[in-house]
Ligand binder design. Structure first.
Ligand code: FAD
Length: 432
């Protein structure tokens, strides 16, 4: 985590340092502060595009939860810096061409166009960030919010780029101007890639639903297979964005962990819990329905690890990636030991119980029926204390997936017992 934030800080500050190095004369201190805030604001907006969770190499490199947390933090830094930026500018104002001030060191522009893009961006950033923070409380569809976020982000970059190039002092240097143009192109390219290029690749590789069955009162197992023998290369525990009965360019794609094993063939199975618009309508999906798969993503994989064993702790539908991992380890005769702790609200929600039983998992039920004779309650400190050995805490790998409250409790417990972050892989099913 510290490593991630250090890299982000370096990327955010790099344009500022490059700007300072590009000139010999500096302006009054307060103007330099205002300018630095503007530069940091712009670079944080650009970085936010790359850590939006859609850039595959980043999501495979770092924990998706960390990337989304960093995305939110970066958004808040952008809000603060862009908001403060104009208040530091005092000095000689000037409009029109300024041939006597080519490096814009003596004057601050009052050109309408340069100011207009800056003022609109200044007003747009707070509405954009606050909408992002509160979107889940507003009554519109998740897909609508995603369109607003993607288009709004592009408009914002366009405005800030225009303001930077026309009003910015440092971007009067060609090299700095080019830096901002290149950064903006990368940001736009990441949207074009996630919305259009991947749409094109999905169009060329259609899948179809080959099996759908209800496995518990609120969970479904859905299997898709490629229509043109194009196998998806993935690692057990990863996730993919799934589109069903919609076009390849549709915004309606949902992230689901792959619960099948790569060693089991080219089909992909997902365990899906009913939650909202899409997941509540799984019963209507027919075998043969057209599907598109965008993936794989995610870091929740146990390949190339040398710990002697794996403790998997799952809450509810958080069992989905664990199923993929367990199935893969069994199919490949992996010698690593496994322990599964699997919590649910009631025992009817335990998915694939017959398949899991031979592993001797610890099922934990919050609201058990009178007949339930296993562990009762939730996965908390007391339960972990009783069920995790010193050997596991010292040497094993921990793979965690479930509701945020459960994960926070388990992560805290593991940290308190000196389990390093490098031996903890966790995923929350929440993109925000
Ligand atoms: C990495 C990851 C892996 C996941 N794996 C699984 C899994 O294996 N099984 C499972 O049941 N659920 C999984 N989820 C959660 C699943 O994506 C959502 O429950 C599902 O998208 C809800 O869609 P809906 O239209 O039914 O609900 P809605 O009512 O539309 O949305 C409910 C909430 O789900 C999230 N959500 C909805 N649509 C999207 C979307 N297109 N992209 C991102 N988030 C969205 C939002 O937080 C939203 O507030 C995973 C989520 C993530 C981030």
């Amino acid at each position: 985590m510290i490593q991630l934030y250090s890299i982000l800080a370096a990327c955010i500050l790099a344009p500022l340092v490059a700007s300072w190095l590009s000139v010999d004369i500096y302006r009054a201190f307060s103007i330099e502060v205002g300018s630095a805030l503007g530069i940091i604001g712009f670079s944080t907006i650009l970085i936010a595009f790359l850590i939006s969770g859609r850039t595959r190499w980043i999501s495979n490199l770092i924990n998706i939860d960390q990337a989304m947390r960093a995305h939110r933090i970066v958004g808040i830094i952008a809000l603060g810096t862009v908001f403060l930026h104009p208040f530091f500018f005092t000095g000689s104002l000037s409009g029109g061409d300024r041939p006597w001030d080519p490096t814009r060191v003596l004057t601050i522009t009052t050109d309408f166009e340069a100011m207009a893009s800056g003022v609109i961006a200044f007003l747009l950033v707070p509405s954009f960030v606050l909408l992002a923070i509160w979107h889940s409380k507003l009554e519109y569809r998740y897909e609508t919010w995603r369109w607003i976020h993607a288009i709004g982000g592009c408009v914002l970059v366009g405005l800030v780029l225009h303001h930077t190039l026309t009003a910015g002092r440092y971007s009067s240097q060609e090299v700095i101007a080019l830096l901002w143009v290149a950064g903006s192109i990368v940001a736009f390219a990441s949207i074009i890639d996630s919305r259009f290029i991947r749409g094109l690749s999905k169009q060329q590789n259609p899948w179809s639903v080959t099996k759908i069955e209800q496995v518990t009162p609120k969970q479904w197992s859905l299997t898709v297979s490629p229509s043109n023998n194009q196998k998806l290369k993935y690692q057990a525990g990863q996730f993919a964005w799934l589109t069903i009965e919609k076009g390849p360019y549709s915004m309606e794609e949902h992230p689901f962990s792959i619960s099948s094993a790569p060693a089991d063939g080219e089909h992909l199975t997902f365990l899906i819990k009913e939650l909202g618009d899409f997941t509540n309508n799984l019963s209507r999906i027919q075998v043969g329905a057209r599907a598109y798969v965008n993936g794989p993503y995610g870091h929740l994989t146990v390949n190339n690890r040398n710990e002697p064993g794996i403790v998997m702790i799952a809450g509810g539908v958080g069992i989905a990636p664990m199923l993929g991992i367990i199935r893969e380890l069994q199919l490949t005769n992996d010698p690593r030991q496994m322990q599964l702790i699997y919590g649910n609200r009631d025992d009817s929600q335990i998915a694939f119980k017959d398949e899991l039983d031979p592993l001797d998992p610890l099922y934990v039920i919050a609201e058990p029926t009178a007949q339930w004779n296993g562990a009762r309650g939730v996965i908390d400190t007391e339960l972990l204390q009783k069920n995790l050995s010193q050997e596991q805490l010292h040497n094993w790998l921990f793979v965690l997936c479930g509701p945020p409250a459960m994960l926070e409790g388990v992560e805290d417990y593991l940290r308190r017992h000196s389990v390093p972050e490098s031996r903890m892989l966790s995923e929350r099913f929440n993109f925000g």
